[in-house]
Design a protein around this ligand. Structure first.
Ligand SMILES: Nc1ncnc2c1ncn2[C@@H]1O[C@H](COP(=O)(O)OP(=O)(O)OP(=O)(O)O)[C@@H](O)[C@H]1O
Ligand SMILES: [Mg+2]
Length: 269
């Protein structure tokens, strides 16, 4: 599949060649209906189908944050790539407003400074280096990156690298954000800080967001709704609304009860 990343930013949508396609929605909506995705490994007589997703139905409304949790290998990344148009479904239908992916690894370019990395999505869509830097610069302070504009990724902490990667994702200017395990590689303390920070960022600038995480607590802290996936082939086995007010604490009794429910759905799956 011709998935195309440049600096971790979607640059080219893969056009489905069949009728089971991907419609474009303008207002930040995402709708997956009965989606299936099958990969093939090996060639010739050794070819073996791997069903990543089967019968997956999920709706994300404009401005809503939906967390997707599920066991390793159940198709979470595949789901995000379908929403971003980096893959086409083999069954069912994907309809989504223009979406940008923050991939599982931060994929910052080591030879570029933080400002160039953050502005990369603008460069990809035709802006000059100066224009891209000018777009990114005013956001650095708000992202806790003030003073680090000229530093290369190697000189940044893990949390700062994730913030640069997230800033780059935001600057792509797409109505839908697909975040793939954005804090997966961070230590527990930095992760907690980044969760609080992302909650604040999404509160001040709401976006339709699909957040993939394997951490149920993280899902409940950040999302309006949590979709629990079954083991491969992934499909949605439970959807939990998270009505708790923000800012949230993991110790909120409502969240503790929801955590039980989500864990039960995961085990049952
Ligand atoms: N390009 C590919 N070719 C063959 N198999 C693939 C390909 N991409 C994904 N798969 C398979 O599809 C299944 C789902 O993969 P995916 O990466 O979407 O899972 P995931 O839920 O994101 O996993 P993780 O939690 O480890 O990130 C896995 O079994 C994986 O090996
Ligand atoms: Mg993944």
């Amino acid at each position: 599949m011709g998935a195309s990343y440049r600096g971790g930013v979607l640059t080219r949508a893969v056009r489905p060649t069949d009728g089971r396609s991907r419609a474009s929605l303008e207002d930040g909506d995402v709708a997956l209906r009965g989606v299936g995705r099958v990969f093939t490994t090996g060639r010739g007589r050794r070819a073996k189908p791997i069903e990543a997703l089967a019968g997956l139905t999920l709706r994300v409304h404009p401005g809503e944050v939906v967390a997707v949790v599920g066991p390793s290998g159940c198709g979470k990344t595949t789901l995000l790539e379908l929403v971003c148009g980096l893959q086409a479904p083999d069954a069912g239908a994907v309809a989504a407003a223009p979406a940008v992916l923050m991939p599982q690894r931060d994929l910052l370019l080591p030879w570029m400074d933080a400002l160039d990395n953050a502005g990369l999505a603008r460069r990809v869509s035709g802006a000059s280096r100066e224009q891209a830097r000018a777009a990114a610069r005013p956001l650095f302070a708000a992202f806790g990156l003030g003073g680090f504009e000229d530093q290369r990724p190697a000189a940044l902490s893990g949390g700062m690298r994730q913030r640069v990667a997230f800033l780059r994702t935001l600057l792509a200017g797409k109505p839908v954000l697909c975040l793939d395990e954005p804090f997966g590689a961070l230590d527990a303390l930095t992760r907690a800080e980044m969760q609080a920070w992302l909650a604040g960022a999404l509160a001040t600038e709401p976006r339709t967001t699909l957040l993939v995480t394997h951490d149920v607590e993280e899902a409940l802290l950040l999302a309006d709704r949590v979709a629990v996936l079954s083991p491969r082939p992934g499909r949605v086995v439970a959807e939990l609304e998270v009505p708790a007010p923000r800012p949230r604490r993991a110790t909120d009794p409502a969240l503790v009860a929801l955590r039980e429910q989500a864990m039960e759905a995961l085990w049952a799956g």
